[in-house]
Design a binder for this molecule. Structure first.
Ligand code: NAP
Length: 263
């Protein structure tokens, strides 16, 4: 096992979308740095497997799981309450759950699909900020990383819900930093480029259903780094933004994209 510095000893961190690619890798990284983990996701099965993976790499880690739909306020209140009951504080929050959404040219893009993506990706992030910040404000300490995307900075065609929802995450990150930095809280966002997770595999299959690997090769060839990123690379950046090493960084949108937005 790789040895990491221990920046999160005695710190409790909530991770939404914790059974997915980026969320799980981040949980593994934070547990390796000593964090107590509250893993939030939508299915019991996914959470069970994810918890086992965390304990496989960090056998002494304290991990709780919370089944929640991040777009439902009652579920959000419940994951906050469960974390407080188990660990007594919320020191870090990775507000990360999200979906990709379907791709359609605008004339075929339905309001229902727009609403579905916005509800999970934006309302979910909003509700997480609202209820976690209420607790962090009481504590007078805490750090948050929201998951945006390079799709929160760029526009690309056919993904209106995703692009709008991730621009909203960028905006809410800045708004929350503007409101809460004065309370000693740290709120930033990560903007990943193409990262090799189940979500990206689905996206490649949508781009080229006959040959997803060809779609990935073509996608990677347009990235200056000539490859997609790994969830572990996102995890390292999230750990930095949640740590005291980033204490004077607030409202920042950290691109982790192999230079994808440079051209
Ligand atoms: P992923 O592997 O699909 O993980 C996302 C996780 O969130 C899944 O476990 C998913 O569960 C869960 N989830 C979906 N809807 C939820 C809900 N309503 N409530 C609670 N959990 C829910 O995707 P990922 O690539 O790790 O993505 C994580 C975040 O990174 C997302 O916000 C995504 O937009 C962002 N991102 C990803 C990339 C990339 O290239 N991978 C790039 C930029 C940004 P199910 O699988 O059961 O639906």
């Amino acid at each position: 096992m790789q040895h990491h510095i221990q920046r999160f000893v005695n710190k409790a961190v909530i991770i939404t979308g914790g059974a997915g690619g980026i969320g799980l890798s981040t949980a593994i990284r934070l547990a390796a740095e000593g964090a107590k983990i509250a893993l939030v996701d939508i299915t019991e099965e996914g959470l069970k497997e994810a918890k086992q993976e965390i304990l496989h790499s960090a056998p002494d880690a304290e991990v709780i799981t919370c089944i929640a739909d991040v777009s439902k306020e009652e579920d959000v209140k419940a994951y906050v309450a469960d974390t407080l009951e188990a660990f007594g504080s919320i020191d870090g929050f990775f507000n990360n759950a999200g979906i990709d959404g379907k791709r359609f040219p605008l004339p075929e893009y339905t309001p229902e699909e727009f609403e579905r993506v916005m509800t999970i990706n934006s309302t979910g992030v909003f509700l997480g900020l609202k209820h976690v910040l209420e607790q962090m404000e009481k504590q007078g300490s805490g750090a948050i990383v929201n998951t945006a995307s390079i799709g929160g900075i760029l526009g690309w065609s056919s993904q209106y819900g995703y692009i709008a929802s991730k621009h909203a995450v960028v905006g809410m990150t800045r708004a929350a930093a503007a409101e809460f930095a004065c309370k000693g809280l740290q709120i930033n966002a990560i903007a990943p480029g193409g990262i090799k997770t189940p979500m990206a595999a689905d996206a490649m299959a949508k781009l080229n259903p006959e040959d997803p690997t060809a779609a990935e090769r073509q996608f990677a060839s347009r990235i200056p780094a000539r490859r997609m990123g790994t969830p572990e690379e996102i995890a390292g950046s999230v750990a930095f933004l949640l740590s005291e090493d980033a204490a004077f960084i607030n409202g920042h949108i950290l691109l982790v994209d192999g230079g994808q937005t440079c051209q």
